[in-house]
Design a protein around this ligand. Structure first.
Ligand code: ADP
Ligand code: MG
Length: 721
């Protein structure tokens, strides 16, 4: 049989028969390399072996015992039986008991030696010391001398032949895989680790590993599976041993290489293309267009983009900023740079309401300066639509705003230089890549109002360069956030009426529940009737929900935006982007049912004007502890970045965006939250690796081939080059 390597199939490994092989395969573990990356989630220090006579009450240690007898006894509780072992550890008699584990009869036979691990209970009335439900390992003959003291510090290397993986050392505890319990896995992995070539050389450049003083892949795997004597369990369990660090960095390094290759592919796509420089004419135009002073981070984002426009490389930029941070104006000024040089700009929004709103804002800013702006949505009549398409195709229209039908229905541009995608988190992961691709060679800015923790930004959008708007424009009124039980709703209604009396507007959001299949939206509609005929009688109230005909929904939204409605009862369809500066009150019913990011977005619909605003989160029933934590976070902060971090902490990364669609790449050893620092380091190293001559070496080529094999599909990497 050929030597075991990382690609050896699990069924060919020693200790793995057909049944075990099937269990491993079912768990997605096909090759030795996969199995080696199933790291222990915990370790147990069984090296500190003691005699019972030296142990005090409650102390836990490994005790080696010669079995004298094993007895199964019924108890007074029906069906419950006790297995009791009596034995001798060289110092005194020892007892151990287990509940119901009758099969131990066949394992812990008299005359055998067993290592028991657990806390000892010293008997009060003279009986032998007792271990309750201890973990046990059989001591195979010849492995341990009776009464041998702890091998701590004796330098026994884990791979030393004859050393048992199960006792007398720090042992790894694995998650069970099908029929393979921790002990079986330990045996198989011990074998595998002992083999010379199973680990393979790995894919971290040797020069990098040695500069960072990280062990070889082989040593790293030995260490994380079988920590050396005296190792700190805490360090290992936090996955901060040097072996863990090596494996984490290696995994991130390969991912970062994939990202970096993707970026290079994008950037060279238009190398040699047009460049848009900033001159005095443009500067003076920008000054005339700008209705206010830009915030420092708006200015910084624009300066970066201006530099990028001047370079022949394609821009692929993510503008991340909290709700209300002023992303639109950044996109508009950037578009000015491009239009100043005769190219066209396009802005794409996820909903028609939002597209129309952007159109109105942008036309208001640009038309006075002779720039021609058009709106292109599905709502347009056929004739208007044809005219608009012609104007865009001829180059007459300089700035076109639309929904993503803009791209789907293939509007032809004369000379598209710059595409902006607003609220990109509303477009799914798949849509996002296709948008990027259809953006073709032109410069692209993607804007998102859902700030996500930096570690995730990198994993999700690492192929984009990042600009952040970290502050809100000056003069904003902070939003007061109140959490109230539903019993206090009458008072909440009164506050809504007060706002309306002062000329303000309010949103009243309820979750889409209790609705029947036949009449979607009936829940909101029923609630709307109750409110309109009851507490909001006499006010101008209407409602919208996601499943009503879009024409009707858009009309109602538009009426609210124009101030013709005073209260809008809605589902979360109003979550995205709409700017109604006169709205000062946001009531969310059953707030405990919403996610943190969603509540933050909803709250961001108010407080966008000069008047102070209030968000009231109404809690129905008894919220779970998690829901209470979410609401507390919202009361405490309105910083979207902090809220994102808290959201992640409360939900964990798996659940952060709803696992499947999250787009978070599947890592095996690394964790993008815990290991965020490693991801940063990996990106830096990947960039300098690709820029160095190392990629031309045999090692470099081997690494890049591997990157294409594992990440090529996700990043749509070209086959080579
Ligand atoms: P978002 O980032 O949520 O898309 P918008 O671009 O809609 O935010 O901006 C929110 C509001 O803030 C708009 O009314 C906009 O005119 C205003 N605004 C943006 N930047 C500034 C600024 N620097 N100073 C004052 N107001 C600003
Ligand atoms: Mg916006």
């Amino acid at each position: 049989m050929p030597a075991t390597g990382p690609d050896t199939e699990v069924r060919d490994l020693p200790g793995v028969g057909p049944r075990r092989a099937r269990a491993l395969e079912d768990a997605g573990i096909h090759r030795a390399g996969d199995l080696l990356l199933r790291l222990p989630f915990r370790y147990e220090d069984r090296s500190a072996r003691r005699r019972v006579s030296e142990m005090s009450d409650g102390e836990a240690a490994s005790v080696e015992v010669a079995v004298e007898s094993l007895e199964v006894r019924p108890t007074r509780r029906r069906g419950l039986r006790i297995v009791e072992l009596r034995g001798y550890d060289g110092s005194e008699p020892v007892r151990a008991t287990w509940f119901n584990q009758v099969h131990l009869k066949h394992i812990l036979r008299p005359g055998r030696r067993v290592l028991l691990f657990g806390p000892v209970k010293r008997a009060f009335a003279g009986g032998a010391p007792m271990l309750n439900n201890p973990r046990y390992e059989l001591v195979e003959p010849g492995q341990l001398e009776p009464g041998l003291t702890a091998p701590r510090g004796d330098g026994a290397a884990p791979q030393e032949p004859g050393g048992s993986p199960h006792v007398g050392r720090i042992v790894p505890i694995y998650e069970r895989i099908g029929t393979l319990d921790p002990r079986a896995l330990r045996g198989i992995l011990h074998h595998l680790i002992g083999s010379e070539s199973a680990a393979g050389a790995g894919y971290l450049p040797a020069a990098l590993a040695s500069r960072l003083q990280l062990p070889s892949r082989k040593r790293a795997l030995e260490e994380v599976h079988f920590p050396p004597p005296g190792a700190s369990l805490e360090t290992f369990e936090r996955r901060r041993s040097s072996g863990h660090q090596r494996l984490i960095l290696e995994e991130f390094f390969l991912f970062a290489l994939g990202l970096e290759l993707r970026r290079r592919q994008d950037r060279t796509a238009r190398a040699g293309g047009s460049t848009f420089a900033v001159d005095d004419g443009l500067r003076s135009l920008v000054r005339r267009v700008l209705p206010f002073r830009l915030t420092p981070s708006q200015r910084e984002a624009l300066a970066t983009m201006a530099r990028e426009f001047q370079s022949p490389l394609t821009m692929r930029r993510l503008l991340q900023g909290d709700v209300g941070s002023g992303k639109t104006i950044v996109a508009v000024i950037a578009a000015l740079i491009v239009m100043h040089h005769g190219a066209q700009a396009a802005l794409m929004a996820p909903t028609e309401v939002l597209a129309e709103q952007h159109f109105t804002t942008i036309r208001g800013l640009l038309e006075p300066h002779g720039i021609r702006v058009a709106l292109l949505t599905a709502g347009l009549g056929a004739a208007d639509r044809r005219d608009t398409l012609t104007a865009v195709a001829s180059g007459w229209t300089q700035f076109v705003v639309g929904t993503h039908s803009l791209i789907q229905e293939g509007a032809k541009f004369r000379n598209l230089g710059f595409a902006v995608v607003d609220e990109q988190h509303k477009f799914g992961v798949a849509q996002r890549s296709s948008l990027l691709e259809r953006g073709g060679g032109c410069d692209l800015l993607v804007m998102t109002a859902t700030p996500i923790p930096r570690s995730l930004t990198m994993a999700l959008h690492g192929d984009l360069d990042l600009s952040e708007l970290r502050e809100l424009p000056p003069g904003r009124q902070p939003i007061r956030t109140l959490v109230r039980p539903s019993a206090e709703l009458p008072g909440v209604y009164q506050s809504v009426r007060n706002e309306v009396r002062q000329g303000r507007q309010a949103f009243h959001v309820c979750p889409t529940i209790d609705e029947s299949e036949e009449s979607p939206g009936s829940g909101v509609e029923a609630r709307f009737r109750q409110l309109a005929d009851g507490p909001f009688r006499g006010l101008k109230v209407d409602f919208v929900h996601g499943r009503m005909p879009s024409v009707r929904r858009e009309r109602t939204m538009a009426a609210f935006v124009r101030g013709e409605l005073e209260v809008l009862v809605a589902t979360t369809v109003i979550e995205v982007g709409v700017d109604v500066p006169n709205a000062t009150m946001m009531v969310v019913e059953n707030a405990e049912r919403f996610g943190l990011a969603q509540l933050h977005q909803l709250r961001g619909r108010v407080g966008r004007g000069a008047h102070p605003a209030t968000a009231v989160l109404v809690v129905g029933g008894r919220p779970t502890e998690m829901a209470r934590r979410r609401l507390r976070v919202l009361e405490e902060t309105s910083d979207g970045f902090r809220i994102a971090e808290e959201d992640l902490a409360i939900r964990g990364p798996g659940d952060f965006f709803g696992t499947r669609q999250s787009g978070i790449p599947p890592f095996r050893v690394a964790d993008i939250v815990r290991d965020a620092d490693f991801l940063r380091l990996a990106r830096k190293e990947a960039a300098s690796f690709l820029a160095s001559s190392a990629i031309g070496t045999a090692e470099g080529r081997r690494i890049l081939t591997h990157v294409r094999a594992i990440w090529g599909e996700r990043f749509r990497l070209a086959a080579a080059g």
